[in-house]
Design a protein around this ligand. Structure first.
Ligand code: PEP
Ligand code: MG
Length: 747
């Protein structure tokens, strides 16, 4: 940037700052600012357009256009040149505005006489607040330096709004981070919670925007970037070389930290008058705006890396860090872009809710959240940008909605919802020791799913009759190396202790697909869900499975032991896995160890093929459990992790119910006990239909046992069965509407 422009820009910024410090009504200050900018940039027009609502911009102040148009001229995002800037979040610079694509003539403004147009986004951390425009009569394109200078000015204007300088001037001027925000996400763990936001990585709040001593600011920035480079190099040195994802991120960090363009742009911002931290934030805002436009997931990840790096730099510059950040409130709702299972376990049960901007329903974090029964919402829009530490947050894990800083009406409505839930919980608690006996006299055994030691206290409180599925992979997922046999034996033994003689079904390690161990060589598979996972790994590389089986036998130490193999697709996989367990029993016996009192060996039915296997399979298995999550994804060929297709096929689809009926009858023919342990077993309506199809054991999250029991005890399965049969006879695709109608008639 030329020296003259730099000096002008610095002068303008300090005058803007002085205006900011003055008292006065918001409109007066906005008018003053447009005047200052037009004057300093030598343009005839300067206008500020602000968002009135999410889709509409309003002219809020102008120097040069018809003052009558202020608060009257409005445009939708994407409409006219101003709307284009708002949509693209990029500067638009043209010498001939009326002939530029998208131009919309607005006669009330009198702008037709101005030929050149430069509009830049007013944004803060990628959040669009409005558009700042300068216009001139003469036909000329603004220089790159002028564009840059106007962007810097827009940043200071954004800060004014951030400080709430204009609140009270109408919706368009309301300060962000003060307004209520509603964000729609995806439910990964049901439940409702009210609490206060706690950011896993708090955003740094830049309050000092304008530099007093440009050279000192540049020196500070250089010193801190040098420090950052050293720390990234150190991280790379100590990174585990086999963790390719971590290495990739660190390499990207290094690339950005050494990028001359990045550094140059920040130094230019400082030369135009911004403080070092404001210069970093300007780059961060630009990266965030770009992030939203980039469809390529790899590039988006890299932009996220740049965002993370900017955060680090901001922490170093401002001295605000995650360690020195806010205290955890007593009712924390954790807000993060993403989080690992280990970090989540560190927070533990103290969390009231979790909201992730990314994440997925099947992520490890989701598995842990489910185990801890903490409501979790994933894909929650821009939650990390919108939320500030301490904000009131309502997590509606039934609808997948987050209310940030809700108004009184929403709060009252939500409080009612929570009270109703609490009442229902009381009702369920009173059923705890009663059986899930239907009106027609069938008793359904309700068991719980678990995966952590921390789950076991729910066994007596939920009223579960046992643990129908203990997912053993959690102990593997939350460690940085394979756990030792003795360690596992201790954990399994403590699980059995805590079950006080109730049956616990230990499922052997189910890794692969989305459950990736950081210390396992990554498999580059085109379709991991259909790939080398679960029992396939256990049979091909038997070392870990054998060790796990030994640990289970030792943990039982004379008590009954129940083992279940996951993802069995055909008879021989089950016989081989079963043989290997029997061999371990013989070995342990030969070593003089106490063998389990009884041994049950079962299989999970998660692939359609197994339902059609020879009778020998159904006879050999001591029990079978339907893993509905996987079975459903393979039955409908719909990825359980893909939000687009996951909900497309209803569990109560007649084809799926007929398939379950077939499995029930195959098991009944040979007298093999059958259960259902996928997530659907915990949904009352689904559970009722499963029971009507003949299932007599259901395993679910502990919190679901009460609602499922409540519904079963009030229902006559013969009637449900009749409703289902009738719906099927009419050619319905799913029996859900018919069952729901029937339930309504039952009150
Ligand atoms: C299932 O697939 O239904 C199941 C219970 O196993 P997981 O969800 O752990 O794959
Ligand atoms: Mg499964």
């Amino acid at each position: 940037m030329s020296d003259r422009l730099e000096t002008e820009s610095r002068k303008l910024l300090s005058r803007l700052q002085a205006t900011l410090a003055e008292a006065g009504a918001g409109q007066e200050r906005l008018d003053h600012i447009t005047h200052l900018i037009a004057d300093s940039m030598g343009t005839q027009v300067c206008s500020i357009y602000l968002f009135r609502d999410a889709g509409t911009l309003e002219l809020c102040a102008t120097e040069g256009l018809n003052p009558e148009a202020v608060h009257k001229t409005r445009m939708r995002v994407g409409e006219g040149l101003v709307g284009r800037v708002a949509r693209s979040k990029r500067a638009l610079n043209t010498a001939d505005a009326p002939n530029t694509s998208g131009f919309r003539y607005m006669p009330e403004t009198g702008e037709e006489v101005f030929s050149s147009f430069l509009g830049v986004p007013i944004q803060r951390l990628g959040e669009m607040l409005g558009v700042l425009v300068v216009q001139s009569r003469n036909k000329r394109e603004y220089s790159a330096d002028e564009v840059y200078a106007l962007e810097v000015v827009a940043m200071v204007v954004a800060e004014m709004k951030e400080l709430g300088a204009f609140t009270g001037e109408g919706a368009a001027l309301a300060a962000p981070h003060k307004n209520p925000v509603m964000i729609r996400g995806t439910v990964a763990q049901e439940g409702v919670a009210m609490g206060h936001a706690y950011l896993h990585e708090p955003r740094v709040v830049v309050t000092r925007l304008v530099a007093e001593d440009t050279e000192a600011e540049i020196a500070t920035l250089r010193a801190v970037v040098d420090k950052l480079r050293v720390s990234v190099d150190e991280m790379l040195d100590t990174a585990q070389s086999e963790d390719s994802e971590q290495l990739q991120i660190l390499e990207a960090y290094r690339m950005f930290a050494n990028s001359r363009g990045w550094m140059r742009r920040m130094e230019e911002s400082i030369s135009s008058g911004l403080s070092a931290e404001a210069a970093v934030e300007k780059e961060q805002s630009a990266a965030r705006a770009r992030m939203e436009q980039v469809p390529d997931p790899y590039l988006r990840e890299r932009l996220h890396d740049l965002d993370d790096l900017s955060n680090r730099l901001l922490r170093m510059l401002t001295g605000q860090g995650s360690e020195t950040g806010a205290e955890i409130p007593p009712d924390p709702i954790l807000v993060a872009r993403n989080i690992g299972p280990g970090e989540l376990l560190d927070y533990g049960r103290s969390l009231k809710g979790i909201i992730l901007e990314e994440g997925s329903v099947g992520s490890h974090a989701a598995v842990v959240a489910r185990a801890l029964a903490i409501p979790l919402i994933v894909h929650a829009g821009r939650i990390t940008t919108d939320a500030l530490n301490g904000d009131l947050v309502l997590v509606d894990g039934e609808q997948g909605i987050v209310h940030l800083r809700p108004d009184d009406t929403v709060q009252a409505h939500f409080a009612d919802k929570m009270a109703m839930q609490a009442k229902a919980q009381e009702r369920y608690a009173s059923l705890r020791d009663k059986p899930a006996e239907t009106l027609c006299g069938n008793v359904v055994s309700l068991q719980m799913n678990a995966g952590l030691m921390a789950d076991l206290p729910s066994l007596p409180t939920s009223g579960a009759e046992g643990v129908g599925l203990f997912r053993t992979e959690l102990q593997f997922l939350t460690r940085s190396k394979v756990p030792k046999r003795s360690e596992l034996a201790t954990i399994y033994s403590r699980v059995l202790d805590a079950a006080y003689g109730k049956r616990v079904v230990f499922r052997t390690l189910d890794i692969g697909s989305d459950k990736v161990l950081s210390y396992m060589k990554p498999q580059d598979e085109p379709n991991p869900a259909l790939g080398w996972r679960a029992i396939r790994v256990g049979l091909d590389k038997p070392g870990v499975m054998r060790m796990q089986l030994q640990a289970l036998i030792r943990a039982a130490n004379g008590r009954p032991l129940t083992v279940m193999f996951p993802f069995v697709a055909q008879l021989d996989e089950f016989t081989r896995a079963r043989d290997s367990l029997l061999r371990e029993m013989d070995r342990e016996d030969a070593l003089g160890r106490v063998l389990p009192e009884t041994l049950e060996i079962g299989a999970m039915l998660e692939t359609p093929s197994l339902a059609f296997s020879p009778n020998a399979f159904f006879e050999l298995a001591d029990f079978i459990s339907i893993g509905g999550n996987d079975l459903k994804q393979f039955f409908f060929a719909a990825d359980r992790e893909n939000e687009r297709v996951r909900r497309r096929y209803d569990t109560l689809n007649v084809s799926f119910l007929s398939f379950l009926e077939l499995i029930v009858s195959r098991c009944r023919d040979v007298g093999t006990p059958l259960s259902f342990c996928g997530e659907d077993a915990g949904r009352p309506v689904e559970a009722l239909c499963f029971a009507a199809m003949g299932l007599r054991t259901l395993s679910m999250r502990p919190a679901s046992i009460g609602p499922v029991k409540h519904l079963l005890r009030r229902s006559d399965l013969r009637e449900v069965r009749a409703v289902i049969s009738e719906a099927r006879a009419t050619g319905a695709m799913t029996v859900r509407p018919a069952v729901m109608d029937w339930l309504r008639t039952q009150g």
